[in-house]
Design a protein around this ligand. Structure first.
Ligand code: 5GP
Ligand code: MN
Length: 358
């Protein structure tokens, strides 16, 4: 879509959202992100929160767990309430709010241990007071309102077009646009993928309105710790396996590796994209070991739908070229499981392609 088409797509629901936020009053608005919040999630949650504050409305950003430190600049005053470390307060704030805005996810389950609180809110206050803004493929809880499309780079871009409708005839201030630009940068991997005509139109408006893209670049892509840079080298050299027969690769990041490089949240961000730089590698996977599960990150080039691979074998989903999930098997069993998943997935895809040609 181009910018005009996105604006037309969001217009009706943006008007409804505007009425809802204006009616929220003293009880305020909870703006909520997903578990393991990334740049698009934190950017859209903070962008919405700052926008609401600037128009004099009471709102609070709430995230299930902490975001990586390279996103600290989006919340310099530490306004985001982190459910993990402030559970009672987060629960109270959600339950007392007049409405909930869910940003960058499509089902309560993506907030992990906050799921019950959100389900409790829906039961008490009704689904009509919950509004999703998101770029995943549907599946929103029944009765909840949503602004959504997958034909867009990111939730932050969709939020930009939504807020622009809500702000009319005014302008969106730079303080709101900088977090939104950050999410566009991170979800497109610095304008490398998931780009639409509307994306560059939004980027153009960001720059015209004072956003410093160079500064965001420095914060997000050029502020590694030495350990993080060395971990990347180590992972690519020692921990990456290439499977030419599947046009795929995988990396395993164990608890031991994490200890060795003093791993911090976000240190593996972007790592899974790197093997796609190898010719003929169309699928890349990163398996990260935690105490009680293994987080799965999948990326692909071109038409390979890794969200389907994730849904079929990795208890997750996401986008065609970027998806994730989790496993609860030992790390040592992951390579065999990944191979057999790829085998079955590619067989199925091959069969489907064969049928299409019939
Ligand atoms: P990442 O690899 O950066 O953690 O996740 C990439 C994308 O995959 C996310 O933006 C999200 O759309 C999706 N994703 C990640 N983890 C999960 C999960 O556990 N469940 C589902 N349904 N989607 C996920
Ligand atoms: Mn996103």
């Amino acid at each position: 879509m181009d910018g005009n088409q996105v604006s037309a797509h969001v217009r009706g629901n943006a008007a409804i959202l505007k009425e809802m936020v204006e009616a929220s009053g003293e009880r305020g608005i909870a703006v909520i992100g997903h578990y393991n919040p990334d740049g698009d999630c934190v950017g859209s949650v903070m962008g919405m929160h700052i926008f609401l504050s600037r128009i004099g409305l009471k709102s609070v950003p709430i995230l299930p767990n902490r975001y990586p430190s390279f996103l600290d600049f989006l919340d310099p005053e530490g306004r985001a309430v982190i459910y993990d470390s402030d559970r009672k307060r987060a629960e109270r704030l959600i339950m007392d709010s007049a409405m909930v805005i869910c940003s960058d996810f499509n089902s309560f389950g993506r907030t992990e241990h906050m799921t019950e609180t959100l389900a409790g809110y829906m039961e008490k206050h009704g689904a009509e007071n919950i509004f999703f803004i998101d770029h995943h493929t549907g599946g929103y809880p029944e009765g909840c309102r949503h602004i959504s499309t997958t034909e867009i780079s990111s939730t932050c871009e969709l939020m930009f077009y939504t807020l622009r409708e809500m702000a009319r005839p005014g302008r969106i201030p730079e303080g709101v646009l900088t977090p939104l630009a950050t999410g566009v940068l991170t979800d497109t991997n610095n304008f490398n993928n998931s780009i639409f005509p509307s994306t560059f139109e939004a980027a153009s408006e960001f720059i015209s309105n004072g956003v410093d893209l160079g500064k965001i670049n420095n914060e997000v892509f050029r502020s590694y710790s030495e350990n993080r840079m060395r971990l990347m080298g180590y992972m690519l050299y020692e921990r990456m396996t290439v499977l030419p027969e599947f046009g795929a690769s995988y990396m395993l990041l164990s608890m031991q590796d994490k200890e060795r490089f003093m791993f911090q949240t976000g240190d593996a961000e972007g790592l899974v994209n790197m093997p796609l730089g190898i010719k003929n590698i169309g699928i890349s996977a990163l398996f990260t070991e935690y105490e009680d599960n293994i987080r799965v990150s999948l990326r692909s080039k071109g038409d390979i739908p890794v969200n389907e691979l994730s849904g079929m074998f990795f208890n997750g989903g996401g986008h065609r070229n970027a998806s994730g999930g989790k496993l609860t098997i030992p790390l040592k069993d992951v390579p065999a499981y990944y191979r057999s998943s790829l085998e079955r997935f590619l067989l199925k895809k091959g069969a489907a392609a064969g049928n299409e040609n019939d």
